[in-house]
Design a protein around this ligand. Structure first.
Ligand code: BGC
Length: 439
């Protein structure tokens, strides 16, 4: 694999790092923000969830933008918006400005969650596309862990402005890093800049593969028409079913209950002290990062579907163990350890399957003419499902109880396995154009 392609993917993946950091950092900052602005509970909740509302808005607009101005420019823009949001959050004099800034951060998250995987996927040679797009998920997990470390480091001083403001550093690196990067060759073909597209393709794919790739891209462009009539196109509708289904299942199997509410769950599991629950949260964060490497290593060799089966199977088993542990009259001793181990297995299994592979597949299954639009719709569904699950998790625990809540997530893992078996195509090592033609 050419180092140049790895460099492109790594810079674009910074969009994922900011996604992870900005969704993770608020959990530690909110306590201090609430105190600084004397916020009632509903405003505290809104300060947390407005990022998700921004992300839904950003992802809804991202596809059209990426198709108009190009993937590279859209990602460049996302970096700038991330930076503005971080500065606005850090300097906010009142809750109004803070809310607007958090919404702006959400916009950038939504934008980059469509455009970063899209761009990486379109510049990657087919043989390594799985690993390169998984770098994006790897960056998300590093961002989540980084947020946890920053929150922990600044907690004694209560410096929430620093917690939120530090995101400006990766934003600047993203903006600066995107400047010398090439446009997506597929986007260039789409807008008719053929010579430029060929030059980029030769730099990233090597001259022996360029001809085949160019032929496939041109063929794809000839067949399909852009515009709203695409919704009448049966293959596009089938790709939408696959993508939206996967995007929703990634969320309703419960990952963000652990990512956003980790300390509360550890508390329920019988972890008494704050220190121990922070340590447990850190272990989960590290496992999330490390196990994503498994996907990077195996997704192009073993394939997407086997990893999805193994990961969802592991998540299901871990959730059932958790449900059983929580069903016992009293947690403590061995049961607490079983609960903790289950959480680690659950997050680890997600990390090499549903985490990276959902982003990967939704960047692969759409035809070039409608890739931006298709990814936008799937990503919007992902953020909407994220919003619903994280808004209602505590209510679910309260109304249904822990065991039933985790059993529902376990059942949804089984649904995911069935969905993957029945409708998801295996896409390893295939040219993007062959995939969309075959979905
Ligand atoms: C999901 C996020 C989640 C993260 C955890 C991503 O793939 O889209 O919602 O917080 O993985 O690592």
């Amino acid at each position: 694999m050419r180092p140049f392609v790895v460099l492109i993917a790594s810079i674009a993946a910074l969009g994922g790092l900011l996604f992870g950091y900005d969704t993770g950092v608020i959990s530690g900052a909110i306590l201090f923000i609430a105190k600084a602005f004397a916020l009632p509970t509903h405003l505290q909740e809104f300060t947390v969830s407005i990022v998700l509302i921004g992300a839904m808005t950003g992802s809804a607009c991202a596809g059209v933008l990426a198709d108009r101005i190009g993937r590279r420019q859209a990602l460049f823009l996302a970096g700038g918006v991330f930076g503005l949001g971080a500065i606005g959050s850090a300097l906010a004099a009142g809750i109004g400005v803070l809310l607007v800034s958090r919404f702006v951060v959400g916009l950038a998250i939504g934008l980059s969650s469509v455009v970063a995987p899209l761009y990486i996927s379109e510049v990657s040679p087919a043989r390594f596309r799985g690993a390169l797009v998984s770098l994006y998920q790897f960056a998300i997990t590093v961002g989540i862990l980084g947020a946890f470390i920053v929150d922990y480091a600044f907690a004694p001083s209560g410096a929430w402005r620093w917690m939120l403001g530090l995101a400006v550093i990766p934003s600047l690196v993203l903006v600066g890093g995107m400047i010398p990067l090439p446009q997506s060759p597929r986007f260039l073909f789409k807008i008719g800049r053929v010579d430029h597209a060929r030059r980029v393709l030769a730099r990233i794919a090597g001259s022996d593969e360029t001809a085949e790739e160019e032929a496939a891209i041109r063929e794809g462009l000839r067949v399909k028409q852009a515009g709203m009539e695409i919704f009448a196109d049966v293959p596009f509708r089938r790709a939408l079913l696959v993508g939206v289904g996967l995007a929703i299942l990634q969320q309703v199997t419960g990952i963000n209950t652990v990512i956003y509410y980790g300390p509360q769950i550890f508390h329920m599991a019988g972890v008494g002290s704050n220190q121990a629950s922070i340590l447990a949260t850190a272990v989960v964060g590290v496992v999330n990062v490390v196990l994503t490497l498994v996907a990077i290593l195996f997704v192009d060799g073993v394939g997407r579907k086997p990893l999805l089966y193994a990961g969802c199977g592991g998540m299901c088993a871990a959730l059932l163990a958790l449900a059983i542990a929580f069903a016992q009259p009293q947690l403590g001793g061995a049961l607490t350890w079983i609960a903790l181990l289950s959480l680690v297995v659950y997050v680890g299994s997600f990390a090499y399957s549903l985490g990276p592979i959902v982003w990967l597949l939704i960047s692969e299954i759409f035809p070039l003419q409608a890739r931006g639009l298709g990814m936008s719709i799937c990503t919007l569904a992902n953020w909407a499902a994220n919003f619903v699950v994280s808004e209602f998790f505590l209510t679910m625990i309260e109304k249904l109880g822990g065991p039933a809540t985790f059993a529902v997530y376990a059942f949804l893992c089984v649904v995911t396995i069935a969905f993957v078996a029945r409708v998801v195509p295996e896409t390893k090592r295939q040219l993007l154009e062959r995939i969309s033609a075959a979905v």
